[in-house]
Design a protein around this ligand. Structure first.
Ligand code: ARG
Length: 408
C-alpha cells in the first residue's frame, strides 16, 4: 500500500469518525485523531481516546478546549450580540474555526500533510472547517471521507464489525445533534417538516414552560468590558459562568429556538436550538449596551452585528472583515461595565434592572419630576431648526391629501 503520510482527523468517537480512522488508514494514511472538549454534554474523553487507538489511530489527542473556545470565540460573539438571521446564536458555527485552528496546529507539530473531518457533503460545517483550514495553512490537504465514501449507516456498521471494532447496536438517535457549551443544535427526523412541533424528547438542556417552576427566579450578571465576569456577585471564569447559567436558565425553559434557516449552501432548513445561557447573556449584554453606549455607536454597531453573524455563519471567521469588525466592537466594549438583573420565568429571560458606573442615562435629564435639568426653553429653537427642511419642502410641493373630518 502506498504510504500517504500523516493525517489529523477531528474525532468525535461516533460511528462516522471511527470508520473514518479505519478507512483513512486503509488508504495509506497514518491517522492522528483530535478530540476536543468544547463543553458538549456527553463526552467521555478517555473512551474516545481508546476507541481511536483501537480503530487504528497511531496517536490520539484529547484536549479540553472549553476555556479557549469561550475566550477566543464565544466572547467575541457575545460582544457582537452575534446571531445569524437575528435568531441563531451561532453555537455550532463558532466551534468550527477552533477545530480547524487546533488541527492545523497539531498538523504542524506532527509534520502531517493532511487534516480530515467527518462532515457530510450537505452541511455547512464542511465549508467552515475547510475555508478556515485553507486560510490558516493553504498547504494542508483537507480530506472528507464521509463526504466521499457513500456508505449507508448499515454499511458503516458492517465495515466496522468486519474489522473487529464494536459499534453500538442501539437505534440511532432520531435527530442529528451538535452541542457545546454555547448551545445545542437539533436537526433531522420529524423536525424536517416545519409543520411539526418539536417533541419534548428533542430537548435535553431546557424544560417545557409548563414544567418550569411557578415562581420566578432572578440572577444578577456583572459585565466587565462586555464580558460577563460574575453571577450574583460571585466571580467565575467563562466556562463555569456559562455552565451555571445553562442549568439555571434551562430549568426555567429559557433559550429554545425554532427557526427556518437560510443555509449558506443554498437551501432552507428547519433548525431547532436550545441555548439557555447564550440567550440569557445576549439579552443582558444587549440591555447593558443601551445604558452605556452612545446612540450613534449603538446603531452602527447593530449593522455590524448583522455582518458578524453572517461572516461567522458562513465560515469567514479568519477574514479581514471580521477582524476589522471585531476591532470596532472591542473599542465600544471599553465602557460596557455594570450589572444586569435578569428574571427567569416560564421560558423567558427578561431584563428587570441594570446599573453601571459608565451609565450615560441621566435621571436629571429624563425626569418629569422635581430636579429636572433639561432646558425646556431650548426646545423652541430646536424644533424650529429640526423641522426646517420639511417645512421648506412642503411650502414648494403639493401638500398631502387632507383627512376628511365629518361635520359635527
Ligand atoms: N444549522 C446549524 C449551523 O449550521 C447547526 C449545525 C449543526 N450540525 C450538526 N452536525 N447537527 O451552524
Amino acid at each position: 500500500m502506498e504510504k500517504k503520510g500523516k493525517a489529523v482527523l477531528a474525532y468525535s468517537g461516533g460511528l462516522d469518525t471511527s470508520v473514518a480512522v479505519m478507512w483513512l488508514t486503509e488508504q495509506g494514511y497514518d491517522v492522528i485523531t483530535m478530540t476536543a472538549d468544547v463543553g458538549q454534554q456527553a463526552v467521555d474523553l478517555e473512551a474516545a481516546k481508546n476507541k481511536a487507538l483501537r480503530s487504528g489511530a497511531s496517536k490520539a489527542y484529547v484536549l479540553d478546549l472549553k476555556k479557549e473556545f469561550v475566550e477566543k470565540f464565544v466572547w467575541p460573539a457575545l460582544k457582537a450580540n452575534g446571531m445569524y438571521q437575528s435568531t441563531y446564536p451561532l453555537n455550532s458555527a463558532l466551534s468550527r474555526p477552533l477545530i480547524a485552528e487546533v488541527m492545523a496546529e497539531i498538523a504542524k507539530k506532527e509534520g502531517a500533510q493532511a487534516v480530515a473531518h467527518g462532515c457530510t457533503g450537505k452541511g455547512q460545517d464542511q465549508v467552515r472547517i475547510e475555508v478556515c483550514t485553507n486560510a490558516l495553512n493553504p498547504d494542508l490537504k483537507v480530506l472528507a471521507p464521509v463526504r466521499d465514501w457513500h456508505f449507508t449507516r448499515e454499511a458503516e456498521m458492517e465495515y466496522a464489525r468486519a474489522r473487529g471494532i464494536p459499534v453500538h447496536a442501539t437505534a440511532a438517535s432520531p435527530y442529528s445533534i451538535d452541542d457545546n457549551i454555547w448551545g445545542r443544535s437539533i436537526e433531522c427526523g420529524i423536525l424536517e417538516d416545519p409543520w411539526n412541533e418539536p417533541p419534548s424528547d428533542a430537548y435535553t438542556l431546557t424544560v417545557e414552560p409548563w414544567d418550569a417552576p411557578d415562581e420566578p427566579e432572578y440572577v444578577e450578571i456583572t459585565f466587565t468590558r462586555g464580558i460577563p465576569t460574575a453571577l450574583d456577585g460571585v466571580k467565575m471564569d467563562g466556562p463555569e459562568l456559562i455552565e451555571s447559567l445553562n442549568v439555571q436558565a434551562g430549568r426555567h425553559g429559557v433559550g429554545r429556538i425554532d427557526m427556518l434557516e437560510d443555509r449558506l449552501v443554498g437551501f432552507k432548513s428547519r433548525e431547532v436550538y436550545e441555548c439557555p445561557g447564550a440567550i440569557t447573556l445576549i439579552n443582558a449584554h444587549r440591555a447593558l449596551e443601551t445604558l452605556t453606549l452612545d446612540k450613534q455607536v449603538l446603531s452602527t454597531k447593530k449593522e455590524l452585528e448583522i455582518q458578524f453573524g453572517r461572516l461567522a455563519y458562513e465560515g469567514y471567521w479568519f477574514s479581514p472583515l471580521l477582524d476589522a469588525i471585531n476591532s470596532f466592537i472591542d473599542t465600544t466594549q471599553e465602557y460596557v461595565n455594570g450589572t444586569v438583573k435578569v428574571r427567569f420565568f416560564k421560558g423567558q429571560a427578561v431584563v428587570r434592572g441594570m446599573k453601571s458606573s459608565h451609565s450615560i442615562y441621566s435621571q436629571t435629564l429624563a425626569t418629569y419630576s422635581e430636579g429636572d435639568a433639561f432646558d425646556h426653553e431650548a426646545a423652541v429653537g430646536f424644533i424650529k431648526i429640526w423641522g426646517l427642511p420639511i417645512k421648506t419642502w412642503r411650502q414648494v410641493h403639493e401638500s398631502k391629501e387632507a383627512i376628511d373630518i365629518p361635520a359635527q
